[in-house]
Design a protein around this ligand. Sequence first.
Ligand code: PMP
Length: 754
Amino acid sequence: MKKIIKKFYGIDTSKVIQIDSNDKMNIGYGSFNYKIISNKKIFLLKTYKLNRRNLNFVKSENKIIHLLSKKIKKIFPQIILNINGEQLTVIKEEKTIYRMLSFIEGKFLSESKHSYKLFANFGKVFGKINKELIKIEDENIESRKIEWDIKNLNWNSKYLDYIKDVEVKKLVEYFLLQFNENVLPNNFNLRESIIHNDANDWNILVNKEKIIGVIDFGDMVKTYLINEVAVALSYALTKKENLFKWISKFLKAYNRSIKLKSVEIDLLYYLIPARLCTTILKSSFHEKEDPKDKYITISKNGAIGLLKKWITINPIYFQNNIKKELKIPIKKRPSNLDLIKKRKKYLSKAYSISYKSPIQINKAAFQYMYDSIGNTYLDAYNNVPLVGHEHPRITKSAQKQIAKLNTNTRYLYSSLTEYSKLLLKKFPKKFQKVFFVNSGSAASDLAIRIAKTHTQNKNIAVLEQGYHGNTAQGINISHYKYSGKGGCKKKKNIIELPITKTNNKNHIFKSNSELFKNAKRKIEEKKSLCAFIAEPIVGCAGQVVLPKNYIKELHPTIKKLGGLYISDETQTGFGRLGKYFWGYEMLDKVPDIIILGKPIGNGHPMAAVITTKKINKSFENGMEFFSSFGGNPVSCEIGKSVLKIIEEEKLQKNALTVGNYLTTKLNQLKNKYKIIHDIRGMGLFIGIEFKKINGIPATKETIYITNELKKQFILVSTDGEYNNVIKIKPPLCFSIANADVLIKSLEKIIRKLI
Ligand code: PMP
């Protein structure tokens, strides 16, 4: 090496240090880099494999550095000519290209203290660079296609399975999908330019609060101009709090040279995580294939940290704030008042809206919901998106199937039987048949119809405060509805059974055995029974857990009168309870019919009824069962994905861990604040009951707390006979950190209240 340097550059070298191998595993362009120390000066020698593509690219790289150096002084490496006055030394026998550059001394951005001033300078320098680059044409760069171009993000999805951490993987999948949904359709609305494309913090040299060097133009491509900013910020923002301040310092300075467009700001929200995804995907691959190469995975952890923060940022917050800073007009959203007025015009007043000041919701991701003015809400309430709002795997399975076929069960398609088999595997062997419908209400309606057909009886035992659906039958069997406002009282065939936590003075039982006796007696007042329908934890009653022996005690009576036991797992099923996959498991009695709804499709309207071979036999009486949409191929694909995600992301275990943690913390609050009367539930299905010192339900206070939590950007709801119970039933990806946020806010509000 020293001889070559002497021969071609006339430099006496005292030391040659290999400093890194730039992207050596990338198919395509890559170089070996050496620090050359001579008596007087330090140089950087880059060597490339000799082939036409490399030769052309290196020539273009030199050309661009030369052009930029004319406009922006002293921050780029100088090209050192060989003794023949050439920019490149090509040694054919060695199949190598040699390229000598001046060595810029300084600290890397990654090793320097960051300040807002430095960020502004960073933005200014890249604004100036981009202002020049946008004018340059170069065939070699323009024809280049590499995995590090954000535009080609989808190429890297082939590395998804190299990501071993399921939480990281789902975030990467989410932002990949967001890129496809938001960026790609705007492909032709985005300005293109040659960009440096690698403003990572190991390519930027700093002296105090100034950028003094920009190196490594080896990733240059022609792509969206805004990608330059996305790349720079995707590295520079790691490990930072108050992201928006840093972003705005960079962008305001950048914008002085290149005026950013509204669409570029809108999409920057998706392009930053897109680059983070590229980093994570490529480094996960390299980690496996080349574990010794630290350089290649150097940015991975920072990228993961930033991606986890990014998911908590509402895109509208990001977009509007930057636009405000850059004086770009912001599109107005409809006001709440306007939307409420329209709702009143077109919808029945029977519809309710949550909160005194309702939320205009715009988008959601996992346990976060984004409103239309930029707030991010922590969702501690919505149990329908069981595996998380807009989980990318659910979206993709729906998109893929709906683009192919969506039809009904009168045709043959394998997803129907595949899904049925997978679902039935989750139950004891005696459950061999499944019926698919589209809502919990339709499922409970059908469950009762099946029970009626099988038993030929009509009396139905229900629980106080139980809710099973909005159909005529659903209302008839829902004490919560028929006994409430606008209800038409109990039908003759309905037997109302008491539950434990009740404020009804006539129903205060000294012991569980008294409660069981009372319930038994009520059933025995009838001569026959069609069904007893119950939720294992009565949601609308305010998460009231049935006593362990409740069903066991009633079961002989139910059977004696010929009835079936129906468990409504619409709320409690699919692992939410942590300890149990299905709620009925905790009651030690296997039902005859099981109702599934809500989380079964993670938000897609689907539901099911599960029953035994024998009961189904009675239902096969000649009348066809048909549901136009129940069990359609799209629903089946979604259902399959839900089951798979619960397993892969260990969501039942998370419900147990986070649920136990939350319950412990809530009990600590209960011991501190008398207004908290009871903490109940199981896993991530929790109720907090509030009562005044005199034992009266603290309804007003409960509603106040719920509204205050909303002001702190946390979503919960109230329920129970007296609306004095806060219900917590978040998506199962709710984390310990999320639980801490909830507890902290709740305590703050309670303190203010008392
Ligand atoms: N059963 C239970 C226990 C429910 O909580 C609900 C919905 N809240 C239903 C049935 C009805 O489900 P859907 O709203 O999907 O019709």
